[in-house]
Design a protein around this ligand. Structure first.
Ligand SMILES: C[S@@+](CC[C@H](N)C(=O)[O-])C[C@H]1O[C@@H](n2cnc3c(N)ncnc32)[C@H](O)[C@@H]1O
Length: 182
């Protein structure tokens, strides 16, 4: 589903439509900062990765900063909005997709984790990460190693690093345009 006419699609009750295809997805848990969400959705658009937004978000989806960061790329990304963690989680479980949570509260380095094409990579909110219940629901928790005393990376930077590794492992990068073509 694209974001037609500059408007965000309405929340859908489940993931059934796009879950038919087995690719890695990126999910955002109650995102706080519109610029980060826009940047991540642009990343998803460029790499051909569908995105899930688990609401409530900390900003109106029509927020100008959000639109500015994502620019016209938002027309090219498949986005599904979920009204709550509960509805997202029910649909994900029904579809049999693994939930891979990116969190600083993990022991497994993302480069050591074996990604699979159906995985949903979930990022926590900028202000508070993901709550305990989300940690408990995850099939795996992965970490980007950092120097001691460093609290966390920016969420969009985390998304780019982990998505790059997941697509590398699953041969999921889009085919590049023929040489000389944009
Ligand atoms: C700004 S961070 C959240 C910081 C929050 N205060 C906390 O304690 O979790 C936003 C999200 O980026 C991802 N993230 C940031 N640094 C990470 C790291 N080193 N390893 C894995 N995920 C990371 C996580 O998904 C995190 O929930």
């Amino acid at each position: 589903m694209g974001v037609a006419g500059g408007r965000f699609p309405a929340p859908v009750p489940n993931l059934q439509r796009s879950l038919a295809r087995l690719n890695v997805r990126l999910a955002l848990y109650q995102p706080d900062i519109p610029q980060n969400t826009g940047t991540i959705l642009r990343l998803c658009a460029c790499l051909g990765v569908p995105a899930d937004i688990i609401e409530p978000a900390g900003f109106p989806v029509s927020d100008r900063a959000f639109r500015r960061a994502g620019m016209d790329y938002l027309d090219e990304v498949e986005i599904e909005r979920h009204v709550s963690w509960t509805t997202f989680e029910a649909a994900r479980r029904q579809a049999g997709r693994r939930l891979v949570l990116a969190t600083t509260r993990a022991a497994v380095r993302y480069v050591d984790f074996a990604f699979a094409p159906g995985d949903v990579i979930l990022l926590g909110r900028e202000s508070a990460g993901a709550p305990d219940a989300v940690h408990a629901a995850a099939d795996a928790r992965i970490l980007i190693p950092m120097r001691p005393a460093m609290r966390s990376l920016n969420i969009a930077v985390s998304a780019a690093m982990i998505l790059g590794e997941a697509l590398r492992q699953t041969a999921g990068f889009p085919a590049p345009a023929p040489e000389g073509q944009p």
